[in-house]
Design a protein around this ligand. Structure first.
Ligand code: RTP
Length: 155
């Protein structure tokens, strides 16, 4: 029996507007591809204010919330759904600490960013949030159900 994609762990990964403006899209996608996760959804998207507020609703009482909303809506983002065993925690490791100055070299933020308010990429913090965020950012029909030929070599 082949597991349907809803049973396999998925993470919502988003290249933030600074990553797009700085020409880091290819570099960031490569890190997840090379690791061996499978891309199930991908789009360049201008995020409306209400969607950014819903996405970051747990942070709505933080003093930096208005700046965060301005940042995320300041230009197009790249929305991605990545799938694989342990993808949520692994993606957080690949991304590195929230403050790029504390992120280890070798991580995306450790290699490519300096400021917390310009930290180039987002990754879901739990499998449940992965599902919630993918449902929030992608419409039905925007995700592809496909089997990577690499899979037998990776698991
Ligand atoms: P993300 O959700 O973007 O992957 O980031 P995270 O889990 O590493 O960090 P979180 O605490 O959820 O914060 C979300 C985003 O808000 C911005 N932020 N600014 N003190 C500040 O100015 C501040 N703190 C957080 C960052 O863009 C952070 O990624």
């Amino acid at each position: 029996i082949v597991a349907s994609s809803s049973e396999v762990e998925q993470s919502y990964i988003m290249i933030k507007p600074d990553g797009v403006q700085r020409g880091l899209v290819g570099e960031i996608i490569s890190r997840f591809e090379k690791k061996g996760f499978v891309l199930k959804g991908l789009k360049l998207f201008q995020c409306p204010t209400d969607l950014s507020q819903e996405h970051y609703k747990d942070l709505k009482d933080k003093p930096f919330f208005p700046k965060l909303i301005d940042y995320i809506t300041s230009g197009p983002v790249v929305c991605m759904a990545w799938e694989g065993d342990g993808v949520v925690a692994s993606a957080r490791k690949l991304i590195g600490a929230t403050n790029p100055l504390q992120a280890e070299p070798g991580t995306i933020r450790g290699d490519l960013a300096v400021q917390t308010g310009r930290n180039v990429v987002h990754g879901s913090d739990s499998p449940d949030n992965g599902k919630r965020e993918i449902a929030l950012w992608f419409k039905e029909g925007e995700l592809c159900e496909w089997e990577s030929v690499q899979t037998p070599w990776l698991i």
